[in-house]
Write a protein that binds this ligand. Structure first.
Ligand SMILES: Cc1cc2nc3c(=O)[nH]c(=O)nc-3n(C[C@H](O)[C@H](O)[C@H](O)COP(=O)(O)OP(=O)(O)OC[C@H]3O[C@@H](n4cnc5c(N)ncnc54)[C@H](O)[C@@H]3O)c2cc1C
Length: 408
């Protein structure tokens, strides 16, 4: 975001996150991309040591008591590191949301505080082999047995799974279609994580498949009420999608800057390539798209912070996720085109950013699912209220020819 629009406190936080991102060793990024590092626990601990995890949560549990505007600001800076490290920064914010909003004091003490302190690492396990988009179709089961629940089932594509000390898990607790509950499941011999994926990008973040085989979970690990996961899911979609959106801004910014600097140095036909309209207009388009996406993400952050109505928040969050992630992909793609052949090699990191960006349009709800939410909430809002704005439909010569306004 532009300095002029930031408060001193926001600028200081932005700079803190920027300093942190600058200090992350290049070798870590390379080793993660080469799958030599499977889960960078030290990175999460360093974020915690700088008090950069869970910025929005109360100070008493180790957060900073800030708001979404701050988190988005910090995450744009972390986003330049790529999708894995941005996601590991975001996981305590995502899982922490459920604990902070729906958890008891004891649950916050037991899991939120140590997660923000980097003592316990977390993962969110929603997606199953049978599907991720259809949340209520989950088949992982949690059966109540005495004072425990016993979990059976599997989750897949779970970032952080390889290193997680505990998982936030949705499981079926009844036969009604919406009878899902949310649990904290600690790592145990009955919770097996397998490293099965050769990922196109976003490597090194511990993405794995998780099996629950008669995993006993004490009833006090239930978050919220039994069969109440729908409400938790709706709340969790805010941090899931806002963190995807904000991280995408950083990735897109990094790609544009590399491409613009290259275009300012690289020469062809006796001139800098930025002097060709075909090149400079790609930069113009990319910068405009990034600024527009950023404006939307910040507007959404402010709407959440202002406690706007849930339907409007859902729409704006989905718009932000869709626009920012599509922008990151388009911009990284344009950056590769500007660099020509060398952009397709590992001499520049554009190819890695492009691979990372591709996932962002799929995870935390695909961009098609974002469209589903956006149109649904828009219709609801439009059709529910009588508008006080001018009725432009009547500004036509034959507006009153009712016989021609046929709808069936
Ligand atoms: C590397 C990686 C990391 C991930 N990290 C996590 C994680 O940490 N935790 C987690 O729980 N999940 C995670 N995911 C899962 C991710 O969120 C899902 O892959 C995603 O939500 C889509 O679910 P799916 O893959 O089952 O596709 P499906 O739900 O099977 O969808 C397939 C296609 O159908 C379309 N589709 C489905 N329903 C509709 C509809 N109603 N209208 C229009 N189109 C529709 C989708 O848009 C998509 O194009 C991760 C995935 C990957 C690849």
């Amino acid at each position: 975001m532009f300095d002029i629009l930031l408060t001193n406190e926001q600028r200081a936080l932005r700079d803190e996150a920027r300093d942190f991102a600058r200090e992350v060793p290049r070798q870590l990024l390379l080793d993660m991309d080469a799958d030599k590092v499977r889960y960078p626990r030290e990175y999460v601990q360093k974020l915690a040591a700088r008090n950069l995890l869970g910025l929005r949560f109360p100070k008493e549990f180790g957060g900073r008591g800030l708001n979404w505007e701050h988190e988005v600001l910090a995450l744009e800076e972390i986003g330049v590191l790529g999708a894995s490290l941005a996601c590991l920064f975001s996981l305590p914010s995502i899982v922490g949301e459920a604990l902070n909003v729906f958890g008891t004091r004891a649950q916050k003490e037991k899991w939120l505080r140590p997660a923000l302190a980097g003592k316990l690492t977390v993962a969110e396990a929603l997606t199953e082999p049978r599907g991720g988009s259809d949340f209520f179709g989950a088949t992982t089961r949690a059966m109540r047995v005495g004072s425990d629940y016993v979990l059976n089932g599997q989750k897949r594509f779970i970032v952080g799974a390889e290193g997680a000390d505990f998982f936030f898990v949705y499981a079926r607790t009844g036969d009604e279609p919406r009878a899902l509950s949310a649990f904290i499941v600690e790592r145990s011999p009955q919770v097996e994580v397998q490293h099965v994926y050769g990922l196109m990008g976003t490597r090194g973040g511990g993405t794995g498949r998780v099996y629950f085989r008669d995993a006993r979970v004490p009833a006090e690990n239930l978050i919220g009420r039994e069969n109440g996961a729908g409400e938790i899911f709706n709340q969790m979609m805010i941090p899931e999608r806002m963190t995807s959106a904000a991280g995408a801004l950083g990735l897109a910014r990094a790609a544009i800057e590399i491409a613009a600097r290259y275009a300012d140095k690289r020469r062809a036909f006796g001139q800098k390539i930025r002097e060709f309209e075909g090149v400079s207009f790609q930069i113009a388009e990319s910068v405009t798209r990034l600024d527009a996406a950023r404006a939307l993400v910040y507007q959404t952050a402010r709407a959440i912070d202002a406690n706007d109505q849930p339907g409007r928040v859902r729409r704006l969050v989905s718009e932000s996720k869709k626009v920012a992630t599509q922008t990151a992909w388009d911009v990284a793609n344009a950056a590769m085109q500007v660099l020509g052949g060398i952009g397709y090699t590992n001499v520049y990191p554009i190819e890695r950013l492009l691979r990372d960006a591709r996932l962002m349009m799929i995870w935390t709800g695909t961009n098609e699912i974002m469209n589903l939410v956006i149109q649904h909430e828009y219709y609801k809002e439009l059709l529910a209220a009588k508008s006080s704005a001018r009725d432009v439909e009547l500004d036509a010569v034959n507006a009153e020819t009712d016989g021609e306004k046929v709808y069936e």
